[in-house]
Design a protein around this ligand. Structure first.
Ligand code: PMP
Length: 407
C-alpha cells in the first residue's frame, strides 16, 4: 500500500500510544492530546496554581505570568502581533456568541443585512441567524457550488451597502473545503463596510494562520481541536472594534472603577474576560501551539492532503460510495461520504467494531445537509498522527459494510 508517514509519532500522544489498534479518524471533532500538553497542565497545577490578578503574593504573580505568557504564545502562533486583542473564551461557540452578543447587538439594526454561508457550522449560522431575527435585520445565505465550495459570485451578489457583517468558515468541518479567505475579504470590502467574521475552528488545527495578514476583523477557534484542552479557545479581533464594543459578561477582572450607580471597564483583554480565568487550560493551549509550531503547519496541511488524496482514490473503488466536497487540494484532512442504502450511523457502528472511529451525523451543519440532499454523512478526518494504515482500516471496514448490506 501507499506510505504516508505521520508528521508526529503516535508515541507523542498517550491515548494513541496505549492502543496501537485504534484508528482515530475523528480529529475534526476533537484532537488527541500530545503528552507535552498534558505535562504542561500538570506542571502548571503543581507549581504555579493560584488565582491570578488578585494576589500580591509570589504564587499569584506566577499564575498571572503563566496566563500572560500563554496569551502571547497563542497570539504568536496565529499571527496576531497585538496579543491583548486575543480573548480567551471557552471555544469557537462562545467566541461567536461574544461577537453577536456584544458587537452584533450594538451594531446591527432594522434594515441591515447579515450574510453567512450555507456551509457554516451551527455555532456561526445560528448565532447570526438569531442575532438578525432579534435586531430586525435580514439574514442571507451564500450558496455553494456543486462541489461544495462557497459560490463567490452568489456571495458577491448578496453584499451591498446595507451589509453589516459577513461570517464564513475558514474551513468547512463537514466537507473540509478550505475557503479563499483573502478573495472573500476583497470582494466584501469592494462592496461594503461589513465586518468580516471568520470561524477558524477548522483553520488553526490544519493550516498556517496569519491573522494580521488575513484581512478579517474577527477570527475564532477552539483549543481542543489543536491538541489543547477542552474548555479553552480564543477570539481574535481588531483593536478598534474591540475597544468600541460593550462588555459581554459582567464580574470581576473586567471592571476599572465600580461606582454605586456606574462602572467603567478594564482595558483589553480583561474587559471581555469576566471572572477567574481558565489559566491552566490557556497554558495547555499554548503548549499545543508550541507543539504544532515545532511540526510546522505547512507540513501538517501537506500531510493531510496526502492522506485525503489516498483516501479519495481508495474510496472511489467502493461500490455505491459517494464522496462529498471539492478536490483534495482544496481541502483540509476531511473526507465526508455517503454509501447507497446504508445509514451513516450503521457505517460508524460497523467501523467501531474494527477500532475505526468516524463521525456520522449532520456535523452541526443542517443547512449544508439539506443542500446535499442527505440527512447525514459519514466523515473521516485526519491529523498529524494519522497514517496510511488508518486509511486501510477505513477502506477495509467500508468494504465489509458493503458486503454486510449486500450490494
Ligand atoms: N465551527 C466549526 C467549523 C467547527 O468545526 C466547530 C466544532 N465542531 C465549531 C465551530 C464549534 O466549536 P466548539 O464546539 O469547540 O465551540
Amino acid at each position: 500500500g501507499a506510505h504516508v508517514e505521520p508528521v508526529a509519532s503516535r508515541d507523542a500522544f498517550p491515548l494513541l500510544a496505549a492502543d496501537p489498534a485504534l484508528h482515530y479518524l475523528d480529529s475534526a471533532a476533537t484532537a488527541q492530546k500530545p503528552r507535552v500538553v498534558l505535562d504542561a497542565l500538570r506542571d502548571y497545577y503543581e507549581t504555579a496554581n493560584a488565582n491570578p490578578h488578585r494576589g500580591a503574593y509570589r504564587l499569584s504573580v506566577a499564575a498571572t505570568e503563566a496566563y500572560h505568557a500563554a496569551r502571547a504564545r497563542v497570539a504568536r502562533f496565529v499571527g496576531l502581533a497585538d496579543a491583548d486583542c486575543l480573548l480567551f473564551v471557552r471555544g469557537t461557540t462562545e467566541a461567536m456568541n461574544l461577537v453577536t452578543g456584544s458587537w452584533g447587538r450594538a451594531n446591527v439594526g432594522a434594515g441591515d443585512e447579515v450574510v453567512v454561508t450555507a456551509m457554516d457550522h451551527h455555532a456561526t449560522f445560528v448565532a447570526w441567524q438569531q442575532l438578525a431575527r432579534a435586531q430586525g435585520a435580514t439574514f442571507r445565505i451564500a450558496e455553494l457550488t456543486p462541489d461544495g465550495r462557497v459560490d463567490l459570485e452568489h456571495l458577491a451578489s448578496l453584499v451591498n451597502a446595507r451589509t453589516k457583517v459577513v461570517a464564513f468558515p475558514h474551513v468547512s468541518n463537514a466537507l473540509g473545503t478550505v475557503n479563499p479567505v483573502r478573495e472573500i475579504v476583497a470582494l466584501v470590502r469592494e462592496r461594503s463596510n461589513a465586518v468580516l467574521v471568520c470561524d477558524g475552528a477548522q483553520g488553526v488545527p490544519h493550516l498556517p494562520v496569519d491573522f494580521d495578514r488575513l484581512g478579517v476583523d474577527f477570527y475564532a477557534f477552539s483549543g481542543h481541536k489543536v491538541g489543547g484542552p477542552m474548555g479553552i479557545g480564543a477570539l481574535l479581533g481588531r483593536r478598534a472594534l474591540l475597544e468600541a464594543m460593550p462588555p459581554w459578561q459582567y464580574g470581576g477582572d473586567m471592571i476599572a472603577v465600580v461606582g454605586d450607580q456606574e462602572t467603567t471597564w478594564n482595558a483589553l483583554p480583561h474587559k471581555f474576560e469576566a471572572g477567574t480565568p481558565n489559566v491552566g487550560d490557556a497554558v495547555g493551549l499554548a503548549a499545543a501551539c508550541d507543539f504544532l509550531a515545532g511540526l510546522g503547519m505547512d507540513a501538517v496541511i501537506a500531510h493531510e492532503r496526502a492522506l485525503v488524496r489516498l483516501a479519495m482514490a481508495r474510496l472511489a473503488e467502493i461500490e455505491g460510495l459517494t464522496v462529498h466536497g471539492p478536490a483534495a487540494d482544496q481541502r483540509s484532512g476531511v473526507v465526508s461520504f455517503s454509501m447507497a442504502d446504508v445509514h451513516p450511523h450503521d457505517l460508524a457502528t460497523i467501523l467501531d467494531e474494527r477500532g475505526v472511529c468516524i463521525r456520522a451525523g449532520h456535523h452541526c451543519a443542517q443547512p449544508l445537509m439539506r443542500r446535499l440532499g442527505v440527512p447525514a454523512t459519514a466523515r473521516a478526518s485526519f491529523w498529524v498522527y494519522s497514517d496510511a494504515g488508518d486509511v486501510d482500516a477505513l477502506v477495509d471496514g467500508l468494504q465489509a459494510a458493503r458486503r454486510l448490506f449486500g450490494a
